[in-house]
Design a protein around this ligand. Structure first.
Ligand code: NAP
Length: 311
């Protein structure tokens, strides 16, 4: 094996400490694999921003995403997984191991899991970039409290937009959700609850033309896609939930589906033996905390078998 004195070797290196990565870490470490998790930020990923995790089976009454992720991290560490906050620069196959290079260290792994998830999709409209952090936000739990009792626009028609609009309606009773089609994409229970909320007005068939403001968000221009009419509404904040893009920069060599998500088999195995993918980065039809956790557990099991066969 191509190891040198500065490179520590692990059975399983997990890139990404979202819920898929943390579940994999827990299962792998508990199963006896020497396990390392690398992430550029705090363990938990997207799930950290869930105000109230109410659809995770068995977790009743619900808890916050932050508490859930902290529990997952503690649980993985209790079985011996190491979690390091750092930026991964590259992953290369070197003989029968993967070399994972971070900004500080190099590690070797017999197997590797790509669990880098997905990042927020932008609307790419004028004012979005310029006013990000000044009223434009992609995280209601992080920034919502700054806009208590203010006018808030929420963009998108999926589960995130509806869930986050519900959360924001606990802070303000002046919420407007803007969706480009005539029906919501969100799961029925989520959509029905949103539509029944009197604090949330919904503008269907509408898209954002521009977000305006001097130093902070002051108004938003909305175009009715059926009539072409453009209306400018005063607002203090614009929360954007237009879906996600998979974070695949480290693994450009892997085959993806048409939307850019990594293809795996049912064992989370990618085209490269010993390299797995789990969670929101993986090509699949249903992205939930529970499906990400399931992916992670399966990936850890597959990695365990691979390592045992190898050794
Ligand atoms: P999503 O389901 O992809 O929805 C994105 C929404 O943004 C869609 O309504 C889409 O419109 C709209 N959109 C996309 N690009 C746009 C643009 N340029 N301008 C205006 N609107 C745009 O994304 P998500 O809501 O973030 O959810 C991601 C995944 O996480 C989903 O699988 C979801 O089920 C899951 N999730 C689940 C829960 C839960 O179970 N409670 C909570 C959050 C997320 P169209 O509908 O016209 O395409």
């Amino acid at each position: 094996m191509a190891e040198n004195s500065t490179e520590k070797t692990y059975d399983f290196i997990i890139i990404g400490a979202g819920v898929a990565g943390l579940a994999a870490a827990q299962y792998a470490a508990r199963g006896g694999l020497k396990t390392l998790v690398l992430d550029l930020s705090l363990p938990g990923g997207q799930a950290l921003t869930i105000p109230n995790l109410e659809n995770y089976p068995g977790l009743f009454p619900s808890i916050s995403g932050t508490d859930f992720c902290q529990n997952m991290k503690n649980q993985a560490e209790s079985f011996g997984a190491e979690i390091i906050q750092t930026t991964v620069k590259s992953i290369d196959k070197v003989e029968n191991t993967f070399r994972v290079e971070t900004i500080k260290e190099k590690y070797l792994g017999y197997t590797v899991l790509i669990a880098t998830g997905a990042g927020h999709r932008k609307l790419n409209v004028k004012g979005e970039m310029e006013l990000e952090g000044r009223g434009v936000s992609y995280c209601a739990t992080c920034d919502g409290p700054f806009f208590r009792n203010r006018k808030i626009f929420v963009i998108g028609g999926g589960d995130s937009a509806c869930d986050e609009a519900m959360y924001l309606s606990t802070l303000s009773d002046d919420i407007t959700l803007v969706h480009r089609r005539d029906e919501l994409r969100a799961q029925k229970a989520v959509a029905d609850r949103l539509l029944a909320n009197e604090k949330v007005k919904v503008l269907f068939n509408s898209k954002v033309k521009e977000i305006k403001g001097e130093g902070r968000v002051q108004s938003i221009e909305i175009e009715n896609v059926q009539t072409g009419d453009v209306t400018e509404y005063p607002t203090d904040a614009v929360f954007i939930f237009a879906g996600m893009n998979p974070v695949t920069e480290l693994v450009e060599m892997l085959p993806k589906d048409e939307a850019g998500y990594i293809k795996t088999d049912d064992n989370m195995q990618t085209l490269i033996p010993g390299m797995y993918a789990a969670g929101d980065i993986r090509s699949k039809s249903f992205r939930q905390v529970v499906t990400a956790v399931s992916d992670g557990a399966i990936a850890a099991h597959s990695a365990g078998e691979f390592v045992r066969n190898m050794k």
